[in-house]
Design a protein around this ligand. Structure first.
Ligand SMILES: OC[C@H]1CNC[C@@H](O)[C@@H]1O[C@@H]1O[C@H](CO)[C@@H](O[C@@H]2O[C@H](CO)[C@@H](O[C@@H]3O[C@H](CO)[C@@H](O)[C@H](O)[C@H]3O)[C@H](O)[C@H]2O)[C@H](O)[C@H]1O
Length: 321
């Protein structure tokens, strides 16, 4: 029986994959690993935390690739695609970054050194990098984090140029949420990309995080995706999960199945959609319950590693039924 990755590849996509997190017990869970370590099912991995700034450069100029290497090595062992996540993000930063009163020159150097360091270390092993993560507010304005406050949007230029120089073959993405559908934030992302392109800054793709709610999957996914295709970019579904208000019911599971079908089918309808990644595959280790009170059951497998109707929604979409 074909797994989701095998079906995705048969449908012309690069991969069906998952985030996985070796900063938590899941990486020592034999049942979790026995299902994960299967190329037929998962053809791509994204480190949920291991390659974030606080883990990679805990002290200024001091790099620690131990956790990142563990996931990179696993992808190679099973012939999977590796997505790098992430270069510059306002969260999960080490103290030396958040506690410094940065001037533009100092921060520009720190960003350049960090992105060069991590992208250079994994050069030739990463298909695509989320070089910049979540730069926008939902109203389309730039997120006023320490990077933007000190450097305006040039921190994005610096990060992308450093990444291109460190690994000319890696696809460079900007990753965000609530840009998956037609709206103010997606328009702002498209305008940011047009600005970068007009300035000759390297940008290859956009990451559509896709953290959705059951019964509320946007209806303008395809139209929105085509707008990025028109900009000459590729994109991917990078962090898919579809949470439900608990308690779960058979109706909610059926709706969730339909919702997963809708998202995967939208990716299939646009050729430059490279693949679909879920933000972990089992409810046992999902980030959702600890973030959204009263919500959960967001993943295709339940907490007992049993496939949910959602799994079938994904499979049926890839099978093109
Ligand atoms: O928030 C969901 C997505 C949204 N898009 C970007 C994407 O990167 C993000 O992923 C989530 O990003 C979150 C941070 O914002 C991660 O959550 C962090 O995950 C870290 C690693 O497990 C946690 O850090 C651990 O915390 C433990 C208890 O506080 C400490 O004992 C550990 O030392 C520390 O590593 C942080 O508290 C926790 O906040 C989630 O696992 C991760 O799934």
């Amino acid at each position: 029986v074909s797994g989701l990755n095998a079906l995705a590849r048969a449908a012309g996509k690069l991969y069906f994959g998952t985030a996985t997190d070796n900063t938590t017990p899941e990486f020592t869970d034999p049942t979790y690993l026995s299902i994960l370590e299967n190329y037929n099912q998962f053809g791509q991995l994204t480190p949920a935390n291991a390659m974030k700034w606080m883990y990679i450069e805990p002290e200024a100029g001091v790099f620690n690739f131990t956790l990142g290497n563990q996931i990179a090595d696993l992808t190679e062992e099973y012939g999977m695609v590796l997505r790098g996540h992430n270069g510059v993000w306002y969260e999960e930063l080490p103290g030396w970054v958040t506690s410094t009163d940065w001037n533009a020159t100092g921060l520009a150097y720190a960003v350049q050194r960090h992105v060069s360091g991590i992208v250079g270390h994994y050069a030739g092993r990463v298909y695509a990098w989320d070089v910049v993560n979540e730069p926008l507010n939902d109203n389309g304005t730039m997120r006023e984090d320490l990077f933007y406050n000190a450097l305006n949007t040039t921190y994005i230029n610096i990060a992308l140029e450093a990444a291109r120089a460190a690994d000319p073959n890696a696809k460079l993405y900007i990753n965000d949420y609530n840009i998956e559908y037609v709206g103010t934030k997606s328009t702002a992302m498209q305008n940011l990309i047009k600005q970068l392109q007009s300035e000759g800054v390297p940008i290859d793709g956009v990451g559509m995080e896709s953290h959705f709610i059951v019964g509320e999957v946007p209806t303008t996914l395809v139209e929105n995706f085509q707008a990025y295709e028109a900009l000459g970019l590729e994109f991917a579904i990078t962090e898919l999960d579809i949470r439900m208000e608990l308690p779960a019911t058979d109706e909610l599971y059926e709706q969730q199945k339909q919702d997963y079908y809708t998202v995967v089918d939208a990716c299939l309808q646009v050729s430059v959609c490279r693949g679909v990644t879920v933000w972990d595959w089992t409810d046992k280790y999902s980030w959702v319950p600890s973030t959204f009170a009263g919500y959960g059951d967001a993943c295709p497998w339940d907490a007992n590693y049993t496939r949910k109707p959602a799994y079938d929604g994904i499979a049926i979409a890839f099978e093109g039924q």
